[in-house]
Design a protein around this ligand. Structure first.
Ligand code: ACO
Length: 315
């Protein structure tokens, strides 16, 4: 036996809010369409803040809540597809800004909206070989910089935020038994990069991605529960990637998850890709709805296409 547990959570979102009403001045849309199709009312957009600023604030909050000093961190992974620089990595900037030791293993990981799950699994493996048993896992996105303001199908969806977890590895802990996968596809959903002449931009065909998501979520839940030898009743809280309130509602209905066991913040944040799961976890911890001993099932899906799930415990 060996694995990781969460010791503390943190999050940060820039104060500037972009409302549905604001968007009606930019594209042909309405509050009614956005609310009924997605559940989103507002999203945070960076103005002066950088991606590094968001990571630093979320990381400091997580370290404080965990009662762990920066010198105790052995590895730092930032799950992101929107860092300030392609190099240096966002994780190297966290090392600088938070004061992690110089021998901390720091790197970025791109798993799109499933990135936090990919990073948690990678951290579990890394810490097994680390002399220091605490790790910092951050999901952070500044998607507002990559919005195509001509495309009403995507520009209403995305926001900026960062969420961070301090985790501890121990031989005494159970593994999170992460279930991760991908199906390579560059047509359905993504953000363009070096293979394109124009500046990077988000693109998505909403309907096929929606269909993929509503198939992937229950598949992930079934697989991760089976892998852990658990049932839905053994789970204290379900945390879904916040891409669309309707996707979460379908899963909640299918598994008859009671209201007190799941949470949506998509109304206030929109889709923040890799930041969405840790931001939800941090808000739940702040509200005292998850804490010591809580067993939480995390489910993510998104660009790649990627998917992932894990059963994570709080220390
Ligand atoms: N305002 C008004 N009308 C709009 C808007 C808008 N903002 N956007 C699209 N429409 C119109 C379309 O033009 C279309 O009109 P038409 O019928 O006249 O052609 C109509 O609304 C329906 O469009 P759809 O794209 O079919 O709308 P849908 O109900 O599928 O909702 C949405 C779109 C919200 C994007 C949905 O498909 C969705 O949530 N998909 C999944 C998103 C997701 O899970 N992403 C994964 C993570 S993202 C990542 O990894 C970075």
């Amino acid at each position: 036996m060996s694995g990781i547990k969460i010791c503390g959570m943190g999050h940060y979102a820039p104060p500037k809010l972009m409302t549905n009403e604001d968007l009606t001045k930019i594209v042909d849309t309405s509050d009614e369409w956005i609310t009924t199709r997605t559940g989103i009312k507002t999203r945070h957009h960076c103005v002066e803040e950088t991606h590094a600023d968001m990571c630093r604030e979320a990381a400091r909050m997580a370290l404080k809540n965990a009662g762990v000093a920066p010198e105790e961190i052995g590895a730092c992974i930032v799950a992101t597809l929107t860092p300030d620089y392609l190099a240096p990595s966002a994780a190297c900037l966290v090392q600088r800004d938070v004061g992690l030791p110089n021998d901390t293993v720091c790197f970025d990981l791109n798993g799109a909206c499933s990135g936090f799950l990919f990073a948690m699994h990678t951290m579990e493996c890394l810490l097994a070989a680390s002399p220091r048993k605490y790790g910092l896992v951050i999901g952070a996105e500044m998607l507002s910089r990559f919005i195509n303001w001509q495309d009403r199908g995507t520009c209403v969806l995305f926001g900026d935020a960062a969420g961070a977890a301090v985790v501890e590895w121990s031989e005494e802990y159970e593994s999170i038994h992460a279930l991760l996968g991908c199906h390579g596809d560059s047509d359905m959903l993504g953000v363009t990069g070096a293979g394109h002449a124009d500046p990077p931009q988000i693109f998505m065909h909403g309907q096929p991605v929606f269909k993929f998501a509503v198939t992937a979520v229950p598949w992930c839940i079934d697989q991760v529960l089976a892998r852990n030898g658990r049932t839905v009743d053994d789970v204290d809280f379900f945390v879904f990637h916040q891409a669309n309130a309707r996707i979460i509602d379908l899963a909640v209905r299918k598994y008859r998850i009671p209201e007190e066991k799941y949470y949506k913040n998509i109304e206030r944040y929109g889709n923040t890709s890799a930041a969405s799961i840790p931001t939800v976890l941090s808000e739940l911890a702040q509200q005292g709805r998850v804490g010591s001993g809580s067993r939480v099932l995390l489910v993510g899906f998104g660009g790649g296409l990627t998917w992932g799930a894990a059963l994570v415990e709080f220390k």
